[in-house]
Design a protein around this ligand. Structure first.
Ligand code: SAM
Ligand code: DTB
Ligand code: SF4
Length: 326
């Protein structure tokens, strides 16, 4: 392991002023400091998921507002991809409430959708549950760039949140994704009732991946009625900012995404997250099933802060330069 938990803990607990200063130094060296990657999410198969993730409104184990929906056909999804592109998104992320990818007609349809969306000039990210290596290769061949598969929390806390799969199952899918040459997007959720050591444990797992994840979504739990975590208090904003800054410091080249939970955050909290090194958001008024801030509000905030949409090509060039200087 490249980093110890103690090293991560020490940084996580720095005085906030020093923590943000250190995160800023790294952010300015390795990233476009005013660039925010804009991603749009689309749920392409909703609800009735056999997994029992305690946080998730789409699990068949919980009774929530979510109306299950079969896999959407390519044409329907393309309409949303077009809107996302017109609104300035550079990445289109498609999520399905599956334990694993079903072979046959459904996977063929997903492959067709992936290829059509990538032909529109959007980066394609998919998150479909557990994946075998050959399936990852087929996604890559169809035009997908990225696969999202979150570790969610520390290894120790995982079993309190999900019982239908293991931490090692998650790590195996991530390894299959890598082997296929897809970019890895993996992160977690804060506010699941975890302790500080679990937040550090998650950051430790992510930072020690070789290579490190290309993008790291940090979600704040959106507590949904009917899930076992419905009464969970919203994560403390400063703890959240600490986690973002620590991710930025230990994973300088990764995109750090301020993900679910922004509707519950003030503009000031979100701004602190950008100061701490977050450089991506989900744009559009819906995440997969829950609300997200309106695009107009996000555009207004970005304008106020003088931030602009991250150009994927420029981001790659900055990474290469920083890499060469190491
Ligand atoms: N079923 C696939 C899986 O679990 O990998 C893909 C879709 S799943 C909804 C994607 C991610 O959304 C989860 O890994 C979790 O981190 C996040 N998520 C789900 N429900 C959430 C909630 N209520 N609040 C915050 N994040 C959530
Ligand atoms: C991720 O880390 N967050 C996104 C994306 N990856 C797929 C999903 C957030 C889902 C929030 C709950 C919902 O809207 O259903
Ligand atoms: Fe299913 Fe993914 Fe939700 Fe877990 S997080 S219940 S795997 S959709």
């Amino acid at each position: 392991m490249k980093f110890t938990k103690e090293e991560i803990e020490k940084v996580y607990n720095l005085p906030l002023t020093t923590l943000i200063f250190k995160a800023q130094e790294i952010h300015h060296k390795f990233q476009d400091p005013a660039g925010i990657q804009l991603c749009t999410l689309k749920s392409i198969k909703t609800g009735s998921c056999p997994e029992d993730c305690k946080y998730c409104p789409q699990s068949a184990h919980h009774n929530t507002f979510v109306e299950p929906e079969r896999l959407l056909n390519t044409q329907v999804i393309l309409r949303d991809a077009l809107v996302a592109k017109a609104n300035g998104a550079s990445r289109f992320c498609m999520g399905a409430a599956w334990k694993c990818v079903p072979e046959g007609k459904q996977f063929d349809s997903v492959l067709n959708t992936v290829s059509e969306v990538s032909n529109m000039g959007l980066e394609v990210c998919v998150t479909l549950g557990t994946l075998k290596e050959d399936q990852a290769v087929r996604l890559k061949d169809a035009g997908a760039s990225v696969y999202n598969h979150n570790l969610d929390t520390s290894r120790e806390h995982y079993k309190n949140i999900i019982t239908t799969r293991t931490y090692d199952d998650r790590l195996e899918t991530i390894s299959n994704v890598r082997k296929a040459g897809l970019e890895v997007c993996t992160g977690g959720i804060l506010g699941l009732g975890e302790k500080e050591e679990d937040r550090i444990g998650l950051l430790w797992q992510l930072s020690n991946m070789e290579p490190q994840p290309d993008s790291v979504p940090i979600n704040a739990l959106v507590a949904v009625e009917g899930t076992p975590l419905e009464n969970q208090e919203f994560v403390d904003s400063i703890e959240f900012v600490r986690a973002i800054a620590t991710a930025r410091i230990f994973m300088p080249k990764s995109i750090v995404r301020l993900s679910a939970g922004r509707t519950e955050m003030s503009e000031e909290t979100q701004t602190l997250c950008f100061l701490a090194g977050a450089n991506s958001i989900f744009m559009g008024d819906k995440l997969l099933t829950t609300p997200n801030p309106e695009s107009n509000d996000d555009a207004a905030l970005m304008k106020k802060l003088g931030l602009h949409p991250l150009d994927p090509q420029k981001a790659r060039e900055i990474h290469e330069l920083a890499e060469a200087s190491l």
